[in-house]
Ligand binder design. Sequence first.
Ligand SMILES: Nc1ncnc2c1ncn2[C@@H]1O[C@H](COP(=O)(O)OP(=O)(O)O)[C@@H](O)[C@H]1O
Ligand SMILES: N[C@@H](CCOP(=O)(O)O)C(=O)O
Length: 324
Amino acid sequence: MAVYTEVPDEALAAFLSAYEIGDLLSYKGIAEGVENTNFILHTTTGSYILTLYEKRVKEGDLPFFLGLMQHLAANGLACPQPIRTRDGATLGRLCGRPAVIVSFLEGVSVRRPGVRHCRALGRALAGLHAAGADFPMQRPNALSVAGWRPLFEAAETQADRVAPGLAARTRADLALLEESWPQDLPGGVIHADLFTDNVFFLGDEVSGLIDFYFACTDAFAYDLAICLNAWCFEADYSFNRTKGQAMIAAYQAVRPLESREVAALPLLARGAALRFMLTRLVDWLNVPPGALVKPKDPLEYDRRLAFHRKVAAAEEYGWSPVAG
Ligand SMILES: Nc1ncnc2c1ncn2[C@@H]1O[C@H](COP(=O)(O)OP(=O)(O)O)[C@@H](O)[C@H]1O
Ligand SMILES: N[C@@H](CCOP(=O)(O)O)C(=O)O
């Protein structure tokens, strides 16, 4: 359960007194998530999410994240809206942490996405890229290729305790990706963490996207590569090409990929898997004492990497030319 910071009742009451969201009826810590501390608040005016930002979120990035959510919502994307205090502020402090209240989104995330979910996700991802097109702020991706070596170095000596040979194969992947990482692809605002737990569905339709705290300015096709990793592998770590095909085709129905993006897809998918393997590995080896959090398994992404290493072309992820 991701509650890193305990919030005493009196501190919460003082924090909420700056808002006009009604009287607090109940609140509780949210079990899902690994990055920040989240509470659900029920008040006389409805439900809200209170987030206290933890270690990986830099305070200086918060204006980007909060401004982005406002911008995307104004452009028709269903995403959390930061709530303003009576004084007009969206960002406050609670228990020594930067903290915000955002609107609650209805919907449920799917644990085992089917082809129809992958199709809906592809469409939603392209919609997100379009909605972010004229967002004026920039945020370089701190967890792109240049950010991976420091993570590896932090975990290198202990990696083989997690799986035999993990250090050597990660070292080799990292060297290859540093050497050949695609540059200058079409880009803009990307979500960069659009895993199944960050996408809500009502029926077969996406009802909302959450958790914009890795959002940044990077290649659109890298965002698609992250989603292929997160949505299209089966429990036995085989890649489901039908799911990949549904996702990519739905994405391309809104925003066709350029040939250089298609050519880059295998490397982007491999890099995306390495990025999540590395952050998970560092977290796995460094669970904060007393934190109510279940770290995510880095080996899920080590296994995906075994697939990506053998991929030669985007067709193997289900890409095919847009019919036209
Ligand atoms: N705006 C929201 N509306 C409804 N539920 C939310 C909202 N934001 C977060 N949640 C719930 O809180 C959980 C954790 O949120 P998330 O942003 O993914 O946390 P973390 O950044 O710590 O990973 C989500 O899986 C979801 O259940
Ligand atoms: N999606 C990442 C971890 C970030 O967790 P989230 O709850 O913010 O999506 C992973 O699976 O490694």
